[in-house]
Design a protein around this ligand. Structure first.
Ligand SMILES: [Zn+2]
Length: 309
C-alpha cells in the first residue's frame, strides 16, 4: 500500500483497469478511488468504474443505479470497457434511467383500483420507451454480473406490457369485468410471446367471463371471485329445477349456490355478528365461573385458617 502512495493518478487508473480484467474488484476499487483522490475531481472514468463495481449484487437497488447515472452524466468518455465488456456511455445512461423508473413504478402503492389502472398506464408508457431506446440492445449490467444477455429492450418491453395489462385488468374488474377479461387476453398474448404458460391469465379470463344469477336476490352478476361467489348448500332436486330453461344459472353443477357480492357480504357480516355474540356470551360465562371458583377458594382458605388456628 505504501508503494502505491507514490504512484500518479494515471498509473493507479491503469492498475485499476487491469485488476477489473482479472476480476479483483475490491483491489480495483481501491486503486480507482485513490486515482480519483489524486486527480482531485470525480469527472473522470474512474468514478464510473467505481460505481460499476458497486453494482455487483445490487442489480435490484435503485440508489446504486442513481449513483452510476450521476457518474455517467459527468463522464467525458463516450465509449469505454469494463473488464472485457465494451460499453457505450449514452446507452448506459438510457439503461440506468429506464431501470430507475421501472423500480419507481413497481414500488408505487396500488391499494385501490384507480392506482392499479394508473400503474398499468405508466407501465405501458415505460415499455414503449424501453423498446424505443434500447431495441435489441441488452441490459449490460445483467450481462456483466449475471452473464445474462437475454434482457433486451424488446423483451423487457414485453414483460412490462404483460404486467401493465394485468394491472389494468385488476383496476377495471371492479367496474367492468368484460373489459378486464380483454386486458387479461392482451396480457396472455405477451406471456405466450415470452415463452410463459399464461395459465394465470387464462384462469382469470375464465373467471371474469363467468356470469350467474344470485340465488338470494336474483340479480345477474359477472366475474367469479369478484362480483359473485360460490357457497356450499343443500339443494334438493326439486329446487335445482328452478334453473331449468334459464340462460343464467343460480347454482353450480354440484351442490353449490351462487351469491352476488352484496348478498355474500351481508351473509358474512351476519355470520360474524352471530359468532361474536356467541364468543362474548362464552367469555361472560367463563368469567362468572372464575368468580365463583375464586369465592370458593377464598372460603376454603378461611376455613383452613380456622382449623390451623
Ligand atoms: Zn344477491
Amino acid at each position: 500500500m505504501a508503494f502505491s502512495f507514490f504512484k500518479g493518478a494515471d498509473s493507479l487508473f491503469t492498475e485499476g483497469i487491469d485488476l477489473i480484467k482479472q476480476g479483483n474488484m475490491s483491489k480495483a476499487r481501491d486503486r480507482l478511488v485513490k486515482s480519483i483522490e489524486k486527480d482531485g475531481g470525480p469527472d473522470d472514468l474512474s468514478a464510473v468504474l467505481v460505481a460499476l463495481i458497486d453494482m455487483e449484487g445490487n442489480l435490484g437497488n435503485p440508489s446504486r443505479y442513481r449513483a452510476l447515472l450521476d457518474a455517467l452524466r459527468r463522464c467525458g468518455a463516450k465509449e469505454f470497457e469494463f473488464g472485457l465488456t465494451p460499453l457505450d456511455r449514452d446507452m448506459m445512461i438510457a439503461q440506468c434511467e429506464l431501470e430507475i423508473e421501472k423500480f419507481e413504478i413497481i414500488a408505487a402503492a396500488e391499494d385501490d383500483h384507480v392506482a392499479q389502472l394508473e400503474k398499468g398506464k405508466r407501465l405501458v408508457d415505460l415499455a414503449q420507451r424501453y423498446q424505443a431506446r434500447m431495441g435489441d440492445e441488452n441490459l449490460k449490467l445483467h450481462e456483466i454480473y449475471g452473464n445474462d444477455t437475454t434482457q433486451t429492450g424488446t423483451r423487457i418491453g414485453m414483460l412490462l406490457l404483460a404486467a401493465a395489462y394485468e394491472s389494468m385488468a385488476s383496476g377495471t374488474v371492479w367496474d367492468n369485468p368484460r373489459k378486464a377479461a380483454e386486458y387479461q387476453q392482451i396480457a396472455y398474448g405477451y406471456r405466450k410471446q415470452l415463452g410463459e404458460s399464461g395459465d394465470r391469465n387464462l384462469e382469470l379470463i375464465n373467471n371474469y367471463s363467468k356470469s350467474c344469477k344470485c340465488w338470494f336476490c336474483g340479480r345477474t352478476a359477472s366475474g367469479a371471485g369478484i362480483h359473485f361467489f360460490t357457497l356450499p348448500s343443500d339443494v334438493s332436486p326439486m329446487l335445482a329445477k328452478s334453473d331449468d330453461g334459464e340462460p343464467l344459472k343460480s347454482k353450480s353443477e354440484g351442490s353449490e349456490i351462487y351469491a352476488c357480492r352484496a348478498c355474500n357480504s351481508t351473509i358474512n357480516w351476519l355470520a360474524e355478528a352471530i359468532a361474536r355474540k356467541y364468543y362474548e356470551s362464552a367469555i361472560d360465562q367463563m368469567r362468572a365461573m372464575e368468580a365463583r371458583l375464586q369465592a370458593e377458594i377464598s372460603s376454603l382458605q378461611t376455613q383452613i385458617m380456622f382449623v390451623k388456628g
